[in-house]
Design a protein around this ligand. Structure first.
Ligand code: HAM
Length: 438
């Protein structure tokens, strides 16, 4: 038996209503806040992520699914190019922004606000809430402005989104990782602080120390954590402009009534961040992988991948994790609502033929109709309607065919009415879930 690859999984129909709900609320948030959708390819040139996300990050160093494309037989090139399944989407969206010159016809201060939904791939150690193929929903705001009000507005949108999904028990963690120039000075301080303790750090941290010492903060290793907690933080050596930016960002959050905790050790696992970085951590139903949302500012990313100077800010959340964070009562309701409006129960051959027409007309009017094709006794047919979790059973026998009125039984209350097809259709105009058509 061939099964799914380790770290990947099927999302089964029972869970899909939860996924659809999270996606629908996200799209509604994006509509209200003026974001438009973009879809970028699932694989890109390896160089995009190597340069964009950073060679020293765990993502690029250890976790990418990279392969050499087949060489063209008629090509003079000896080998194919190196391609990578996207481990994240910010680099791709910024690439698209540059490639399609989205900056070209913009007036000063005009922003490009994009969102995306899709699969990402990282070869991490799988566990609950951590997969090798996972889904992200994210946004990117790009343009010439780095106003901290942009950041606060994006977080306000997330706040609305989480409340709408009734995910209430969360913490917003914020930090500033400064400007590249001040970071270079800080990195020296950091390396000096780490050097005498190198023998207490894991081999990955040794590599981080050599390539980008900031990445030591990404280490989850407990023994490394004891060293990390005493290291000087980036916040202590912020440049004046970044410090002011951070103060304004906090003031904008305060003005919106959004609570936060400053975590000076949160530096995020990607190299492109400048100044504001944030995460939203969930506390219910998530286990160890409880970071729901990650994001921040990335003002130099466009230049890193060959574009014009551009300011950028965005986030992505793990859709898999957001679904896990939905309260159980919400999840139950969503699953229950994912059922047919009507299950047609027919009795006899003539009624069966007639049922097909009734089903066709109901469906054309927007009613979700289930029916099975076997001619059964009433009791068995009603059991099938219950199993399908339908709201109503529509009973059609020879008498109903002759009279044109049908028995409509509410399967929750047991009440039954005798109605014409038109009456049934107008009744479903007011049933939630059924689409009213003009
Ligand atoms: P990230 O922190 O690497 O940021 O990922 C964002 C979110 O994706 C995480 O908080 C988590 O919910 C989810 N996630 C990451 N890895 C996995 C995994 N293996 N399994 C399940 N869920 C996962 C980024 O990707 C940035 N591009 C975010 C961003 C956008 N920054 C600015 N703009």
């Amino acid at each position: 038996m061939i099964q799914t690859v380790r770290g990947t999984r099927d999302i089964l129909p029972d869970d899909m209503p939860l996924w659809h709900r999270v996606e629908a609320v996200a799209r509604e948030a994006f509509r209200r806040y003026g974001f438009r959708e973009i879809r970028t390819p699932i694989f890109e040139k390896t160089e995009l992520f190597a340069r964009g996300v950073g060679e020293a990050t765990d993502i690029v160093h250890k976790e990418m699914y990279t392969f050499t494309d087949r060489a063209r037989v008629d090509s003079i090139q000896s080998g194919g190019e190196s391609l990578t399944l996207r481990p994240e989407n910010t680099a791709s969206v910024v690439r698209a922004y540059i490639q399609h010159k989205m900056f070209a016809d913009k007036s000063p201060g005009e922003l490009t606000k994009l969102y995306y939904i899709g699969q990402m791939f990282r070869r991490e150690r799988p566990q609950a809430g951590r997969y090798r193929q996972f889904y992200q929903i994210g946004v990117e705001v790009m343009g010439s402005s780095d106003d901290p009000a942009i950041e606060a507005e994006v977080i306000e949108m997330l706040d609305w989104f989480l409340k709408e999904l009734k995910i209430t028990n969360t913490t917003l963690l914020i930090n500033s990782v400064g400007e590249p120039a001040s970071r270079a000075v800080y990195l020296e301080t950091l390396r000096e602080a780490i050097r005498p303790k190198l023998d207490q750090l894991c081999t990955d941290c040794h590599h981080r120390f050599e390539t980008n010492a900031l990445r030591v903060f990404d280490c989850k290793n407990e023994s490394c954590q004891t060293v990390i907690k005493d290291l000087p933080t980036i916040t202590d050596s912020l440049d004046e402009a970044s410090r002011q930016h951070f103060e304004q960002f906090k003031a904008h959050l305060d003005a919106r009534g959004i609570a936060y905790t400053v975590n000076p050790r949160m530096v995020r696992g990607l190299d492109y961040y400048t100044r504001t970085a944030f995460e939203i951590v969930g506390h219910d139903g998530l286990g160890a992988q409880n970071t729901l949302v990650g994001g921040g500012r990335y003002d130099g990313l466009s230049e890193t991948i060959g574009g014009p100077p551009t300011k950028g800010f965005g986030f992505a959340f793990g859709l898999d994790r957001m679904v896990m964070a939905l309260p159980e009562s919400e999840a139950e309701q969503l699953r229950a609502a994912d059922a047919p409006d009507v299950f047609i129960v027919f009795l006899g051959k003539t009624a069966r033929a007639h049922s097909f027409t009734v089903a066709q007309q109901l469906r054309a009017a927007g009613v979700a109709v289930a029916m099975e094709f076997e001619d059964r006794k009433m009791k068995k047919a009603m059991a099938a309607a219950d199993k399908a979790r339908a709201s109503f059973a529509l009973i059609i026998g020879d008498n109903e065919v002759a009279s044109g009125t049908y028995g409509l039984k509410n399967l929750k209350t047991g009440e039954q009415e005798s109605l014409t097809l038109d009456e049934i259709i107008s009744k479903f105009g007011s049933v939630p879930g059924a689409v009213a058509t003009g």
